[in-house]
Design a protein. Structure first.
Length: 678
């Protein structure tokens, strides 16, 4: 097993003192138990310190002297090298407070200590009280072994994984299991002539660690008070939230839980129409009265962009009684909002904000990717830790910043959606993902961002493929909205390579063993994560280069039909959904668009997947445009799933309200909110 390397940076402008501290601390690190590979390095100025923090991903702790002075023209360093006295002129450079703020803005995960003078203790501690300072040392004490022990313990604390540690100990204790799951630590599979192979393939610990709520020592996800609660608290600190909850059914469930918690039937919700289908399911479950905001579309590349800022701000103004605003940031393609002004405008109207950060759980750990939704002041953020961090599939975080958070309501809704037998190894993977993010997230993301830059250059150099940059991706209507691109998502224009997107994906898959994240009619999207290696990038580049060298003649690319504009919502989605409805075919007996559907009201969500944007939601009016779009989609995009389309034999059909049901349920304008008591 590779051992970690940890550096502790001491910033102190007194060369002799710095030297003495470093010598003593490094001697302590060599002499005492040192499981994290700690060594001490120094910086004489705040500037140099900040540069080191930015450059060196192994730095885990920073010790800042509370009085820092600038050195003019390197004179002081010269003096240091020659062991000379203080002849260089000094001017106050930056206070410890300012420096702590700068370090936190750069790398909030680092531990911070302050070296102080005993007499000034109260003043300094008061000034730094609100900052993320972990502790203080007296400069005069010089108890360097003691200091080392404390710093070592501090790193150990951050590197702890309370839940995973408990799970591992339990597994290694090899208790006899008289409880679920039925495979009983794999005993039902091991040795079986029929299914032993599954056990062998998956590995013994997959089964040993597949435990659930029956093991009391491992706490309960539905009422955490022990190791799960502790791990969640550590995650909250890591992600800058007041509270964090672990979810074991993805951001899909996390979104539904938040919507059900915050919205009573009939209450208004502002949401990007482009939101993930789970948000639309949350609309049905909560009984929300949705106000759909149309997202921008880049028709040239078939990419859905953010909702224009002006549209969001207008909706906030027009719907002051709304309870919640839901946006996706970043999008599947990596486009992220300038969130702060939007969150501020929503809060000014007492509207809470949920940001779906399914694709952005890594962002907290690199300054190029921040601010995160929590940092921009959002009340809730949901993150698929499994998409961009090292968690198992389905593992997700729910982060809460809402000062008025009603935990009892949240808990009821969370438990409503959570299996009573959550997979504990998935919870362990969330705990470990958090640890990795705080211990080495910055370093890994530095590498990922560098690989993303290199890969962009390589792809562009093929001549046949071109990476789409922010300006290419952004639809015109959002160009002035301060939107930025997460560079770890690379969207490639394939229109000059001479292949259709299906042919290209097939060639990449069968000839080069490469699978990509997603595609549109003329783009493919690659996802780089903290697990992306340079050799994987080289293999992709090599494959694209070989395909480019074949110099195929350009092919006609089939365009995805344009998504029809949103039509009228006539009933609450919940009311329409719970009608029995009837199935009506999309095509008539002459294979033409079925006119019987026009003017009817849809009872289901109809969603082409990908991209997962609903064409119809329950309660929405069906028009000829929509029927034609769905038929075109079925004909052109035969590999795309069309959720909500039901096959009656060979006939694709959709569920619509019957005439009697239309009369029976209340029209949207007559539905009043049913606010429940807190
Ligand atoms: C924007 C968005 N939100 C939520 C989800 C659902 O996340 P999960 O797969 O973790 O349930 C997805 C999945 O692709 C998504 O793209």
């Amino acid at each position: 097993m590779t051992q970690p390397t940890s550096k502790i940076l001491l910033i102190n402008d007194e060369p002799l003192i710095l030297k003495e501290f470093l010598k003593g601390l490094n001697a302590a690190a060599r002499a005492l138990d040192n499981p994290f590979g700690i060594s001490f390095i120094g910086a004489l100025t705040a500037k140099e310190g900040l540069q080191l923090i930015e450059r060196d991903g192994d730095i885990q702790v920073v010790i800042v002297d509370d009085k820092l002075y600038a050195v003019q023209d390197g004179g002081r360093r010269q003096a240091a090298r020659t062991g000379g006295a203080r002849e260089a002129p000094r001017s106050l450079q930056v206070s410890a407070l300012k420096l702590v703020q700068k370090i936190t803005a750069l790398r909030p995960e680092l531990d911070l200590y302050i070296l102080i003078e005993k007499e000034k203790e109260d003043q300094i501690v008061d000034a730094l009280f609100a900052e993320a300072v972990d502790g203080y040392f007296y400069r005069e004490e010089r108890d360097l072994r003691g200091m080392y022990r404390i710093l070592n313990a501090q790193i150990a604390e951050r590197a702890r994984t309370p839940f995973y540690d408990a799970l591992r100990s339990y597994v290694l204790a090899a208790k006899d299991a008289w409880h679920t799951p039925g495979h009983s630590s794999g005993d039902s599979l091991r040795g079986s002539p029929w299914v032993n192979e599954f056990h062998e393939f998956m590995g013994e610990h997959v089964f040993d660690a597949d435990l659930s709520v029956s093991v009391k020592a491992l706490d309960s996800l539905m009422e955490p008070t022990g190791v799960i609660a502790e791990s969640q608290q550590m995650a909250a600190k890591a992600f800058g939230a007041r509270k964090t909850f672990f979810a074991t059914n993805g951001t899909s469930t996390a979104n539904k839980v938040i919507l059900q918690t915050l919205i009573a039937p009939g209450e208004k919700l502002l949401l990007d129409r482009n939101c993930h289908k789970s948000v639309h399911h949350g609309v049905v479950l909560s009984g929300a009265r949705p106000v759909y905001l149309d997202s921008s579309v880049n028709k040239k590349f078939g990419v859905f962009g953010p909702v224009p800022k002006a549209t969001i701000l207008k909706a906030i103004e027009d719907h002051a009684g709304a309870q919640l605003l839901v946006l996706t940031s970043c999008t599947y393609d990596g486009l992220r909002y300038d969130l702060k002004p939007i969150v501020d405008a929503a809060h000014a109207r007492n509207i809470k904000v949920l940001i779906d950060e399914a694709w952005y759980s890594h962002a907290r750990f690199h300054p190029d990717l921040r601010p995160t939704a929590m940092e921009a002041g959002a009340d809730y953020a949901t993150q698929s830790a499994h998409k961009t961090l090292s968690a198992f599939s389905q593992a997700a975080f729910i982060h809460v910043n809402d000062a008025g958070f009603k935990e009892h309501l949240f808990r009821e809704n969370f438990n409503m959606h959570t299996s009573t037998s959550p997979m504990y190894s998935m919870i362990a993977s969330l705990d470990v993902s958090r640890k990795q993010a705080v211990m080495e997230g910055y370093k890994l993301l530095e590498r990922t961002l560098m690989l993303a830059t290199e890969l962009r250059e390589q792809i562009n150099s093929t001549g046949a493929f071109r990476v789409l940059e922010l300006d290419d991706l952004l639809p015109d209507e959002v160009k002035g909205d301060g939107i930025r691109l997460d560079p770890t998502k690379i969207t490639v224009d394939i229109s000059s390579c001479g292949m259709t997107v299906d042919e290209l994906q097939q060639e990449l898959y069968s000839r080069f063993n490469i699978t990509v994240e997603k595609s549109t009619f003329n783009t493919i999207t690659l996802l780089l994560t903290i697990g992306t290696t340079r050799s994987k990038c080289s293999r992709l580049y090599d494959a694209l280069m070989r395909i480019a060298r074949a110099q195929r003649a350009p092919r006609r690319l089939y365009r995805t039909p344009d998504l029809p504009p949103f039509t009228e919502l006539l009933h609450l989605p919940r009311d329409a959904y719970y009608c029995g409805g009837e199935l009506v075919p999309l095509l008539d007996e002459n294979d033409q668009p079925n006119r019987q559907l026009i003017g009817r009201i849809c009872a289901d969500q109809v969603v082409p997947y990908p991209p997962g944007i609903p064409v119809l939601v329950p309660g929405q009016l069906i028009t000829d445009n929509i029927v034609e779009y769905l038929i075109r989609y079925l004909r052109v995009q035969n590999k795309v799933e069309l959720h909500g389309v039901v096959y009656q034999g060979y006939f694709p059909s959709i569920r619509v309200l019957s005439a009697a049901e239309e009369k029976k349920i209340a029209p949207l304008h007559e539905t009043a909110p049913e606010r429940r008591a807190a």
